[in-house]
Design a protein around this ligand. Structure first.
Ligand code: COA
Ligand code: ZN
Length: 313
């Protein structure tokens, strides 16, 4: 049943360099960001969320957004996206030649205030200005529904509120939707229901799911979304990540663990898992601490070990 309606191929979007690096205790040097993005560009991921054009006071770690965008070597077929909160960010993203812009609003009013310092109405007004700025540029805009499954301050968000945000986004002319479980509150059954609801309401709109593994449900949630037909997933190398404005937020689902699971289940990702694992294994040295990803430590399930046991005489 789980795989009956599942797509046979999915897109993997890498967000470690945005969602991950934004919350690291230490600033990751610009040249290291560029080096990693250039390697990720060759790994087969469909999209890279390169950075965010937000206030450098809010997210000091990504204050080098323009330099990073200017320094990377773009590969054909890979989409280079940037997160944007307002019109100022959109102008900066356009100047940096982002292929796509991700506009973020949390549907939990309290988290939107904590994160964006705006009410939802103010975010939507800002997005209207962004859409006017972006019009005619050819840049695609994704509407990101943050805290889609639960808000750390307000609790579970109903599906009707997710659908409301999606309708508002599409009415503004956005091209795609993303549901984000910002603080890892989603349960697989809820994910199944919400994804089915959004796919039924907007069957022609590209939909991406973005999970955090805060409570160990990340991969189960990927499977729940996959089972109803979702074919695009965000992941973070090493499983790093987390919103600095949400209490207790921790990393995204780990990209290499996700690819390992999906490929092992016969779902094609187009990603070179060995290349990802090599990059993931370099993360602790880059960041100065261990990272949560598991396959990089354990090895792939197909990696066999020499058996040294002998029969007792
Ligand atoms: N890029 C660069 N600078 C920006 C900016 C942008 N997109 N938007 C605002 N700023 C600057 C302003 O110029 C101002 O600078 P100043 O103090 O030197 O004059 C400062 O940021 C504050 O601007 P203001 O309009 O008063 O915004 P605010 O303080 O109410 O913050 C946001 C609103 C949205 C700009 C800020 O909360 C933000 O960037 N949040 C992003 C949070 C985030 O990325 N979270 C994780 C990802 S989900
Ligand atoms: Zn996130």
């Amino acid at each position: 049943m789980l795989f009956r309606d599942a797509p046979s191929r999915v897109s993997i979007n890498e967000v470690s360099v945005r969602d991950g690096f934004q919350s690291e205790p230490q600033f990751v040097p610009t040249h290291e960001k560029i080096r990693l993005i250039d390697r990720l560009s060759l790994s087969g991921v469909a999209r890279i969320e390169v950075t965010s054009f937000v206030s450098p006071k809010a997210i000091p770690n990504l204050r080098d957004a323009a330099e990073v965008m200017a320094g990377i070597t773009r590969q054909p077929g890979v989409v280079y996206a940037a997160l944007v909160p307002n019109d100022r960010g959109a102008e900066r993203a356009l100047a940096a030649k982002a292929d796509e812009i991700n506009l973020v609003m949390s549907i939990g009013e309290s988290h939107n205030l904590a994160n964006m310092r705006m009410t939802c109405a103010q975010s939507l007004a800002a997005f209207r200005a962004v859409m006017a700025t972006v019009a005619g540029s050819g840049v695609k805009v994704n509407g990101v529904v943050a805290t889609a499954f639960g808000c750390p301050f307000e609790g579970v968000q109903p599906l009707s509120r997710v659908l409301w945000a999606a309708e508002e986004y599409l009415a503004l002319g956005m091209d795609g939707l993303a549901l984000c479980d910002t603080t890892g509150m989603a349960f697989p059954r809820q994910v199944e229901t919400y994804c089915r609801g959004v796919l039924q309401a907007f069957p022609k709109v590209p939909l991406t799911l973005h999970f955090h593994n805060t409570r160990g449900m990340g991969l189960a949630n990927v499977l729940a979304a996959l089972s109803v037909g979702v074919d695009s997933f965000d992941g973070s190398l090493g499983g790093i990540g987390g919103c600095p404005f949400a209490p207790g937020a921790t990393g995204n689902v780990c990209t290499e663990d996700t690819v390992h699971m999906l490929e092992g289940c016969g779902v094609a990702t187009g990603v070179d898992l060995d290349a990802l694992l090599e990059l993931a294994r370099a993360m602790p040295a880059l960041l100065g601490h261990e990272v949560p990803g598991q396959v990089a430590r354990a090895g792939k399930s197909t990696d066999l070990h020499p058996c040294v046991a002998t029969v007792a005489q």
